[in-house]
Design a protein around this ligand. Structure first.
Ligand code: PGA
Length: 245
C-alpha cells in the first residue's frame, strides 16, 4: 500500500520537525507492505532528503518541467534536477495544474521525460463535478490515460492516482460503489488497452483518519494520495494505521 503525502504549497523549515513522528513510526513498522512517500514543495526537497536518509520514507516532487535536463525555463525544475536531489517520484497531471492550463500533451511529455530520467510517476487523473454530472467519468478517464500515456513503452514506473476533482479539498468523498466501479474501469482499461501487467491505482481526495476506513471495503485500491491531512503527521500516521486495522 502506498501512502503519499502531497504537501502542495505548504510548509517551511520548521515543518520538517513534524517528520520526526513519521520517522519513528516508519522505523517501528517493519511492515514491508507500506510505502511512505513525501512530496514537499521544491524548497524543502533537499532538507527532506537529508532528513529521511537511511529511513523507509521516500521522496517525491509535486511537478516537473517537460524538458528533461535543463533549459531557459524561468521558474521551472526538470526531472533530472529532481533525480539529482534525491527524489524518486514525481506527481504529474494533478488537477490543480490541469486547472491552470496543463494539457494532456504537456503531461505526456512530462511523463516521458521523467521515465527517461528514472523517476517513478504518480499520474493523477479524475473528472470534474460537471463531467460527473454529465456521466462522462469513464470517457474522461480514458481520454486522460490515452493521451497521457501516448507513445510510452516503459509503463512499469507509472502509478495511477484517481482523484475526482470535486473531492479534492472539499471533504466530500465518492460513494463506495461509484469508486469501486471507477477504479475497476481504470484497472480493466490499463490491463486490456494498455497491457499493463499489474497497475497500481491509488485514490486521492479528502482522505483523512475519520473516513479512511470507508475505503477498506474497496480492496482494489493500492493506496492513497493525501493532501491536507498529510501536513499533520499524527493524522497521516493514523491514516496508515486505520487502513490496516
Ligand atoms: P486533499 O488533496 O487530500 O486535500 O483532498 C488530495 C490531493 O490533491 O492530492
Amino acid at each position: 500500500m502506498y501512502f503519499i503525502a502531497n504537501w502542495k504549497m505548504f510548509g517551511d523549515i520548521k515543518s520538517l520537525n513534524s517528520l520526526n513522528k513519521v520517522l519513528k513510526f516508519s522505523r517501528h513498522k517493519k511492515n514491508n507492505k507500506i510505502r511512505l512517500i513525501y512530496c514537499p514543495p521544491y524548497t524543502l526537497l533537499n532538507l527532506f532528503h537529508k532528513k529521511i536518509k537511511n529511513s523507509n520514507i521516500e521522496l517525491g516532487a509535486q511537478n516537473c518541467h517537460e524538458e528533461e535536463v535543463s533549459g531557459p525555463f524561468t521558474g521551472s525544475i526538470s526531472s533530472k534536477m529532481l533525480k539529482k536531489i534525491g527524489a524518486k517520484y514525481v506527481i504529474v497531471g494533478h488537477s490543480e495544474n490541469r486547472a491552470i492550463g496543463e494539457s494532456n500533451l504537456t503531461i505526456n511529455k512530462k511523463i516521458k521525460s521523467s521515465i527517461n530520467t528514472g523517476l517513478k510517476i504518480i499520474f493523477c487523473i479524475g473528472e470534474t463535478l460537471q463531467q460527473r454530472k454529465k456521466k462522462q467519468t469513464h470517457k474522461v478517464l480514458l481520454d486522460q490515460i490515452s493521451k497521457g500515456l501516448k507513445g510510452i513503452k516503459k509503463m512499469n514506473n507509472v502509478i495511477f492516482a484517481y482523484e475526482p476533482v470535486w473531492s479534492i479539498g472539499t471533504g466530500i468523498t465518492p460513494k463506495a460503489n461509484d469508486l469501486k466501479k471507477n477504479i475497476a474501469f481504470l484497472r480493466n482499461s490499463l490491463l486490456k488497452k494498455f497491457r499493463l501487467k499489474n497497475p497500481k491505482i491509488l485514490y486521492g481526495g479528502s482522505v483523512n483518519p475519520k473516513n479512511v476506513r470507508n475505503f477498506k471495503e474497496i480492496n482494489i485500491i493500492d493506496g492513497f494520495l493525501v493532501g491536507g491531512a498529510s501536513q499533520d503527521s499524527k493524522k497521516f500516521i493514523d491514516i496508515v494505521k486505520k487502513t490496516f486495522n
